[in-house]
Design a binder for this molecule. Structure first.
Ligand code: KIV
Length: 285
């Protein structure tokens, strides 16, 4: 599907052609359990949102923006200000997908009331339809608190990057029986608390399948299983913008080469004075 944008100069809003269908809702996403797989990608900027939106059911403004956009060593330093600014840009750039914003580390774990305050700010400032938070049984009370107060919550279990210090790294989870049982219980707890969907990240495949079968909401896998109810990837990973491709990523493009080659051609043109050419300069009247 090809979408073009016309800028409305009064509002600076980019209006898409053809007109998109209605934005997906949380109940519509929930109803996809066991049906057509949900397509989810991360987006952090307006232009990427515009390009990805026609193809996605859900756009996730992930706190992975800490590494991808800001070059931070992990997601831990990401702030609510960052999530609100990027979240609002993605909502402005999308018309079809449900937009979900990650709650950053430290903005929700301490108490349900803190989580509500942070999530309400995110919803007000971005216009997104829901938030995502990491954690299992320990977060169930918070998921229930928010869900009962009009804030749809997407859960996130298995490899939870905000807990990298406690986990000791980013390796796949669920390899021991004890961990397998704990992660399954985590998923059940937040599903029962009212999560409308759950991301299962970096879990061994049989566990991903078991989680999907055990809970009533859609399970969206990353490094999990094709049998999940949907899949998510960091868009820059699948576009090939980084040199390293993790095992769970399939590269659909080689954007790093495209960007490097374009920059090299531009540099060469500038140095040889081939740019700007006659077409890029203004003639006097
Ligand atoms: O922050 C993020 O991008 C995520 C996805 C990888 C699920 O949480």
């Amino acid at each position: 599907m090809s979408t073009t944008y016309t800028i409305d100069t009064a509002t600076s809003r980019a209006n898409p052609t053809p007109a998109p269908m209605k934005r997906l809702t949380v109940p519509a996403v929930r109803a996809r359990k066991g049906g057509e797989p949900l397509v989810m990608l991360t987006a952090y900027t307006v232009r990427m949102a515009q390009l990805l939106d026609p193809h996605c059911d859900i756009l996730l403004v992930g706190d992975s923006l800490g590494q991808v956009i800001y070059g931070l060593p992990s997601t831990l330093p990401v702030s609510l200000d960052m999530m609100c600014a990027h979240g609002a840009a993605v909502v402005r750039g999308s018309y079809h997908a449900l937009v979900v914003i990650d709650m950053p580390f430290g903005s929700y774990e301490a108490a349900p009331e803190l989580a509500f305050e942070s999530a309400a700010r995110v919803m007000k400032e971005t216009g997104a339809a829901g938030v995502k938070m990491e954690g299992g049984e320990a977060m169930a009370e918070t998921v229930a608190f928010l869900s009962a107060r009009g804030i749809p919550v997407m859960g996130h279990v298995g490899l939870t990057p905000q807990s990298v210090n406690a986990l000791g790294g980013y390796g796949a989870r669920g390899r021991t029986n004890a961990e397998h049982v704990r992660i399954l219980d985590d998923a059940r707890a937040i599903a029962e608390a009212g999560a409308f969907a759950i991301v299962a990240e970096g879990v061994v495949e049989p566990l991903a399948r078991e989680i999907s079968a055990a809970v009533s909401c859609p399970v969206i896998g990353i490094g999990a299983s094709a049998d999940c109810d949907g899949q998510v990837l960091v868009a820059e990973d699948m576009l090939g913008l980084f040199e390293r491709t993790p095992r769970f990523v399939k590269r659909y493009a080689d954007m790093a080469t495209v960007v490097s080659e374009a920059a090299a051609a531009y540099a060469s043109d500038v140095r040889s004075r081939a740019f700007p050419g006659p077409e890029q300069v203004y003639a006097p009247k």
